[in-house]
Design a binder for this molecule. Structure first.
Ligand code: IPE
Ligand code: IPE
Ligand code: MG
Length: 254
């Protein structure tokens, strides 16, 4: 039961009574390398962010054929506020424009969009657009796209614990009932399955505070390609290679 088959039934489908193996159900991507991509072309970093944003739709559209039901992308971290004011403002304006421009296509293509991360620090106009996009696409089910915006795992876990502690103080949750599953219910990702595969582009082999709790047993793939050069073919290659990995979850191969 510890191989790629039979993991809570996730990633497996019934085909004519035989359990056929599928690729990862949830893929998370750390979209890194926009700045270096722009610098290599003698252009400002924001040029790279614009090129990177255009890549997202191609990858989203590749998901259904690859059997990827959930795609989560890291767009802006809680640490990214440390960049120059020009870059941060440019990114925020890019997010607003991206959402306004893509809303209709995402809706029509059956994409359900969710955002994770702390919205408190975000500009109100952006938050309104995020809420609208979530509402407009809430009945879609072809592919579930989650955008991590002002997201940091440690921040998410801290906020979750604050809420959980509030419920304990209010008497609606007993301390002895708190277990792994309880904390999971307080996270931004509560409705999502755990990622099976986490991809990071740009050659950096680190996780930069992304989905730490949720990726406890994820497979990682680090690729040298800079995010604006990341195509659906590269994505498909990584997703297929995942199928040959042997996830043991602490057990041994039977
Ligand atoms: C990723 O690209 C996008 C964000 C973090 C917003 P970077 O901007 O980090 O690009 P590099 O790593 O500097 O090349
Ligand atoms: C991680 O990339 C965050 C996003 C892709 C949004 P960074 O470029 O911010 O990460 P570090 O600073 O290299 O760890
Ligand atoms: Mg980077």
């Amino acid at each position: 039961m510890f191989g790629r088959n039979g993991i809570n039934g996730a990633g497996c489908v019934e085909t004519a009574g035989v359990e056929a193996q599928q690729g990862p159900r949830h893929v998370a991507v750390i979209m890194d390398g926009n700045g270096r991509w722009a610098q290599a072309r003698g252009r400002p970093r924001l040029f790279g962010h614009h090129a990177g944003a255009k890549r997202v739709r191609e990858i989203v559209n590749a998901c259904p054929d690859l059997g990827v039901k959930y795609l989560t992308v890291f767009a802006f971290s809680t640490e990214n506020w440390n960049r120059t004011q020009t870059e941060v403002a440019g990114l925020m304006s890019l997010f607003r424009r991206y959402i306004s421009k893509e809303t209709r296509a995402l809706r029509d293509e059956g994409v359900r969009v969710r955002f994770i991360g702390d919205r408190v620090r975000l500009d109100n106009k952006l938050v309104v657009l995020m809420d609208e996009l979530e509402t407009i696409t809430e009945l879609n089910d072809r592919v579930h796209l989650t955008i991590a915006l002002n997201y940091g795992s440690r921040d998410e876990v801290s906020r979750a614990i604050k809420d959980l502690a509030g419920d304990i103080a209010a008497g609606t949750l007993a301390p002895e009932d708190v277990d792994e599953e309880t904390l999971t219910r307080y996270l931004d990702t509560k409705v999502l399955p755990d990622p099976d595969l986490v991809i990071r582009t740009s050659g950096e082999a680190r996780v930069s505070n992304f989905l730490l709790w949720q990726s406890a047993y994820a497979e990682y793939e680090f690729v040298d390609t800079l995010w604006p050069d990341f195509t659906k073919d590269i994505f498909a290659g990584i997703v297929s290679a995942y199928g040959v990995r042997d996830r043991r979850y602490g057990g041994v191969r039977p």
